[in-house]
Design a protein around this ligand. Structure first.
Ligand SMILES: [Ca+2]
Ligand SMILES: [Ca+2]
Length: 391
């Protein structure tokens, strides 16, 4: 693995390093990869295999998960509420949730069910907490959900913390996913808009980390012997991970909000370095170049990327039958792209299969156990949308 001192990775050094290589140096031999980029034209909703039904609204909803075997879903609101929504019924506040540091991109984050939820009632939550001296960091906790007329969580335990806490309120990521065997919790930990930490093995920022369900470090993690937060690291060189999903064959995918023109979907593998901020198929928003992936083959390249950016949010694997041709796809929301992206999976290859134009920023995508797909739109008054199959 390449070692760079934190000093060499300062923003100024990146400018210098970038002058040696630009996107124009991408080898023609890389056509297959380049074909995965570029604009993806949107299909009008009229041609989609669903109609859109608006069923509820929330205040800055961020994430949701359905409770299997029910018509209930948990929805986080960024400003600090957890809601229990019932289709055709009421929306209740869940009591006992932690105080969150709300501001910028921070606040309440993800919510998922534990693999043993049916018997334990355990859920996992992520949120942002303040640190010393105007710093912030995401944390992950688990608690028992007690349902009923006055739902609440009990026994909240914090099991993971972003380290170090740093200034600013961007790029927390804090997306969660369990492996299909239920043994490991994966956490997307953003680089907090600080660039360098994504390559710093003494920080768990800009990483995907892998933990046991209780927050301890699995003995077979790739850097387990190094101890500290390094032991948590599964993969590195990430920017702002806003979706994690396992497919039906057990492969882990992530999407991340890249720099300008560099939004990515990656096949996540142990010990792999995805290159940020040393390489990206996008460039810094202030116009500074970042060398493209083909210039540095030692870094794992994205399977797909988007230029112009779509600003991904949410990622789920779809294995249902409610919409013709969707089985074995990844579904991803788009904020600036204002739509839903469907990617067909073919082994380790992904295809830009569909992109529907909703005309609204999509924050979250979920699948219910009946195969229906649901979206949350972004911001105040964000809507829960059901994609009603047309047939
Ligand atoms: Ca979700
Ligand atoms: Ca670039």
């Amino acid at each position: 693995m390449m070692k760079l001192s934190p000093l060499l990775l300062s923003a100024a050094a990146i400018v210098g390093a970038c002058s040696a290589g630009s996107s124009s140096t991408a080898a023609p031999a890389d056509t297959a990869k380049l074909d995965a980029s570029g604009a993806q034209p949107a299909t009008p909703l009229a041609d989609a295999p669903f109609t859109v039904q608006e069923v509820a609204s929330f205040n800055e909803p961020w994430a949701m998960t359905f409770i299997r075997g029910t018509r209930l879903a948990l929805v986080t609101e960024k400003s600090g509420k957890l809601k229990l929504w019932q289709e055709g019924g009421s929306t209740l506040d869940v009591a006992g949730v932690p105080a969150v540091a709300y501001g910028g991109q921070g606040g309440f984050g993800d919510v998922i069910l534990a693999p043993d939820f049916r018997t334990s009632g355990t859920i996992y939550l992520s949120w942002v907490e303040p640190g010393a001296g105007d710093t912030f960091g995401a944390v992950v906790g688990r608690a028992k959900l007690v349902q009923g007329a006055s739902p609440r969580i009990e026994g909240l335990q914090t099991i993971w913390t972003q380290s170090p806490k740093v200034s600013g309120r961007g790029h927390f990521s804090h997306r969660l996913a369990f492996s299909p065997d239920g043994k490991y919790l994966f956490i997307g930990s953003g680089e907090r808009q600080k660039f360098d930490p994504a390559q710093d093995m003494k920080a768990n920022l800009g990483k995907i980390v892998r933990l046991n369900p209780d927050g301890s470090v699995p003995a077979d993690n790739p850097f387990a012997k190094e101890g500290g937060v390094t032991a948590q690291i599964w993969s590195l060189g990430h920017r702002n991970i806003l979706g994690l999903a396992f497919d039906g064959s057990g492969k882990l995918w992530n999407q991340e909000m890249g720099p300008k023109g560099g939004d990515e979907v990656n096949l996540v593998e142990a010990k792999a370095n995805y290159g940020y901020p040393v390489v990206s198929n996008g460039d810094h928003y202030d116009g500074r170049d970042i060398p493209d992936h083909p210039t540095r083959p030692e870094f794992a390249a994205p399977k797909l990327w988007w230029n112009p950016s779509v600003s991904p949010a949410g990622l789920v694997w779809y294995d249902g039958d409610a919409y013709p041709g969707w089985k074995n796809s990844l579904l991803m929301g788009a904020l600036s792209g204002e739509g839903l992206v469907r990617m067909g999976i073919d082994g380790e290859r992904l295809h830009k299969s569909d992109r529907w134009d909703f005309g609204q920023r999509i924050r979250e995508v979920e699948v219910r156990d009946d195969g229906t797909v649901w979206l949350l739109t972004d911001g105040e008054g964000g809507k829960l949308l059901k994609l009603v199959p047309k047939r």
